[in-house]
Design a protein around this ligand. Structure first.
Ligand SMILES: Nc1nc2c(ncn2[C@@H]2O[C@H](COP(=O)(O)OP(=O)(O)OP(=O)(O)O)[C@@H](O)[C@H]2O)c(=O)[nH]1
Ligand SMILES: [Mg+2]
Length: 231
């Protein structure tokens, strides 16, 4: 067997982290709060963003970068509500900062208060990639089981908020909200928990209030763009 030694001249991951930090500071300075929305496939990310846009209509300006392996179906759903750009990964299971930057070249954010990045549905890989967000949010739908935080700890450890989605289905599934919250808090005691139902709009006002508070803090911070993400 022959061996080949490759000398790595650049730390690629460090360069991506630098780019993310630079973009976070830039968007923070212009007053745009960036929210990275993560979950397993189908937990309700796009539905939550549709409900959020409806709740804020005429009050706050939001835009969405939406990631998927293929198709622009989510972008089509969001387009009637707000500016949106689909990021198609062509098979990759998560978004990375270069694709986010490409999307931002097509999406003007100068007057945007809230920029959401809907990540590819996946409870593992997206946790390791900083997308310049100020706030990271993980959704857990009640049909997935209340044991998931402990099984996928990095996603919950690196998030600031846990959205428990599809609460209208609670009477039909063996999901304990208290058990899920306890499990998540074992991993990340500071997680803010927000139960929601995008269909009935239950909890949407509280979710929007949480984000408004986060943006208020961003605007008030003296060192704007300070990283809140620990990947
Ligand atoms: N019962 C119920 N169904 C919901 C709720 N929110 C979303 N759904 C349904 O769940 C399915 C998936 O919702 P999406 O919003 O597409 O989920 P997603 O996380 O964006 O999915 P991907 O982008 O494919 O990962 C759809 O059929 C929605 O109608 C809810 O609050 N209650
Ligand atoms: Mg979606």
């Amino acid at each position: 067997m022959t061996t080949k030694t490759i000398t790595v001249q650049r730390d690629v991951k460090a360069e991506l982290r630098r780019q993310a930090e630079e973009l976070r500071q830039h968007l923070g300075r212009q007053g745009t709060l960036v929210i990275n929305v993560l979950s397993s496939p189908g937990a309700g990310k796009t539905s939550l963003l549709q409900a959020t846009a409806e709740h804020w209509a005429g009050r706050h300006r939001m835009a969405v970068l939406v990631g998927d392996l293929e198709t622009d179906r989510d972008a089509q759903r969001l387009a009637p509500h707000c500016p949106v750009e689909q990021l198609t990964t062509g098979g990759a299971c998560h978004l990375e900062i270069p694709l986010v930057k490409q999307g931002l070249e097509k999406l003007s954010t100068a007057d945007i208060d809230f920029l959401f990045i809907e990540n590819v549905g996946n409870l593992v890989c997206p946790a390791s990639h900083d997308l310049a967000e100020h706030v990271r949010v993980v959704l857990l739908s009640v049909t997935e089981g209340d044991d998931k935080p402990g099984k996928y700890p990095k996603m919950f450890r690196t998030s600031q908020a846990l959205v428990i989605s599809k609460t209208d289905l609670l009477p039909h599934v063996p999901f304990s909200v208290d058990a899920a919250i306890d499990d998540a808090h074992q991993i990340q005691p500071d997680l803010t928990v927000l139960p929601i139902c995008s269909l009935s709009k239950d909890g949407i006002a509280q979710w929007c209030q949480f984000l408004e508070g986060q943006r208020h803090e961003l605007l008030a911070r003296t060192v704007i763009g300070e990283s809140m993400v620990t990947t």
